[in-house]
Design a protein around this ligand. Sequence first.
Ligand code: ATP
Ligand code: MG
Length: 373
Amino acid sequence: MVPLGPLAPGKTLGILGGGQLGRLIAEAAKGLGYKTAALDASASSPALQAVDFPIVGPVDDAAAAMTLAAQSDLLTLEWELIPVKVLEAVARARPLYPEPSVLGLIQDRLTQKNYLAKHGFPQTPYGEALSALGWKYPVILKRRTHGYDGKGQCRLESEADAPKADEVLKAPCVWERMVDFKAEISVILARGRDGAVAVYPIAENVHRRGILHATRAPARLPRDVSARAIALAREIAAAFGHVGVMAVEMFLLHDESLLVNEIAPRVHNSGHYTLGGCATSQFEQHVRAVCGLPLGSTDLVPGGASMVNLLGDLWANGEPKWSVIDGIPGMKLHLYGKSGARPGRKMGHYTVAGPEAEAEFARADERLAAMRR
Ligand SMILES: Nc1ncnc2c1ncn2[C@@H]1O[C@H](COP(=O)(O)OP(=O)(O)OP(=O)(O)O)[C@@H](O)[C@H]1O
Ligand SMILES: [Mg+2]
């Protein structure tokens, strides 16, 4: 087979999925001279508003995905739950990165955990049944597929909480031991088609109700912990044969050991700080990796960077008071163009790059409270 060369400027990058991640990928692709197409069920989805060729149709439908393929020269995705059969069909029509086999290993939590276990990566104790955890609490129950932002999960502190699990258990699940972590971090990296890897400064993440709240980079970690985290992420990306950006979420325990929580075979919310915070954003880097361009520098601006998510709750009583953040030096606001600000829905985020980044990470709650009407 003739090796695939880089995608030439002027060609079209097609994106399976129409959310904010797709929108930000499309914006970055335009900056590299590409035309863009995206597929989503809703014409008003964030990415479909931003691409040259919006295609309306279900992302999990082979015929709709083939329409996107016909419009595109090369394909990528912003959502990992597209059925592997659909991915295989489009991959026969156009180059697709990451490859369907990678998604096949990742999209089911149990398959992902088993694959990580098989390769010896450290993880939270887990099992298909609570008995595998010795019936010991606290535990967290997670649906094997279609969970995000803490959805499809349930925490059980003791046996008395067992009835809370009934709803989640309506679909196949994994049980996980609740771990008492010191910090949550993520390693965002990009792996090219040639196996070249570029790693971003480690992100330190704060979650609320299972949803990412804020990120700061660089994470405050001893150097040997950073080195171990980066080595783990590199080995994981290589073990999956991934191409594109990948996020590896980890828990740092009190004894400084690291456990892999989950991996995302795509650009990730905890990498949004790279927009303005790094020489090459994770979105541009993803486009570079899948299109076969050289990977860009992941250098962080002096002073570091932070990111705060803007959830629908902020719109409860009307448009947020943007003047609260307007004047922050190094601030960039990204709104995803979603209508319908439901509680917990990611509507946008702001990043702060440079000297104010750390202070703004610490002030995130204060800023959000002040922005609320
Ligand atoms: N085993 C665990 N012990 C302690 N906390 C946990 C555990 N599993 C998950 N959490 C907490 O819940 C958050 C969400 O869990 P997880 O990352 O598994 O879910 P998700 O819904 O797939 O999230 P994402 O939005 O990242 O896709 C984690 O970031 C962490 O804060
Ligand atoms: Mg997660």
